[in-house]
Design a binder for this molecule. Sequence first.
Ligand code: SF4
Length: 382
Amino acid sequence: MKRREFFALGAALGGGPWPATGAEHPRKDPPRGGTTLALDGERQFWREAAHYQKLPESRVECRLCPRRCQVADQENGWCGVRLNERGTYYTTVFGRPVTIANDPIEKKPLFHYKPGSLTLSLATAGCNFECLFCQNWEISQFRPEQIPARYGFVSPEDLVELAKRQGSRSLSFTYAEPVVFFEYALATARASKAAGLPGVMISNGFIESAPMDELLQELGAVKIDFKAFDDKFYQRQCRGTLEPVLRTMERIRKAGVWLELVHLTVPTLNDDAEQAKRLCGWVLEKLGPDVPVHFTRFHPTYKLKNLPATPPATLERQYDIARKAGLRYAYLGNLPGHEGENTRCHGCRETLIRRVGFTVLENRLREGKCPKCGEKIPGVWS
Ligand code: SF4
């Protein structure tokens, strides 16, 4: 795509992830590791990777996420977007977004971060998890060469320029998993921060500490998908582990970067009250009462089409557990029009922000404070 055509995307943004054209997805079974298809034209998206160690016999060890893949020459790491060529490790998705959209920040969801604003949102292919309930599996579970490079090469500066033209107030790395396009996300976050547009990361939090600390220098906010307070759930449903995610959330808080959490509540798998109590207790103890927790409704998708959508009563129970545990800001998600979408003052319970779905109907905050009792409300409001 030529630069002129890229910026002319304009009002067309909002298409969301593949398949925006209505075309059939090229394949159904996600690949893991193995040899890449080094197609002509793909090399323009290769950059030497950050955070890896060279090993004997042209092997490398990736130090980006706790999976720590050891990768032989001409092979990919587990996430499918990092390739070893003769002992040099490459990201294969630098400047290769597969989706770009100008979303309400509420869609991430972030409810205490610039409410009512737009955020230019992008993703590349690839993920370091395979969640059986992934809503964006059409991009997260595939290699870049399996999804057309519909925008061509898009530099960090191009994204910043597009965000400015679209009236976005931040730039979000989202939909799939920004950890696996670390180099592109970091370069874009630096460029957007310099232009006064903070970067926002929507992530599973499965990342090593050193790269996370680099990102935290540049980001304005992070949302972590806190999938369960249960390592077995992470192993069985996501092919990951819990402990590194806990460590990441603590680092974000310590760095002073705004943090919100989402718990997608899946019937029979992570919807029991005891687990919710443990999760909320951990959040309160390690992150404090001001970190918002969104309990979100599951809809059957990807490899969990056999389960029903989450009953609203289950989410309401999670909400009550969070409030009783002492968390000041619990929310319900994927239940448009529910009272649990609104922000209420933790001091006097006055309704401060009314929402329906991703739309802010009313924002009564006055310089970040409750207009009734004057309590300062945690968040980034302007
Ligand atoms: S980022 Fe990808 S290649 Fe690196 S350790 Fe994680 S899954 Fe493996």
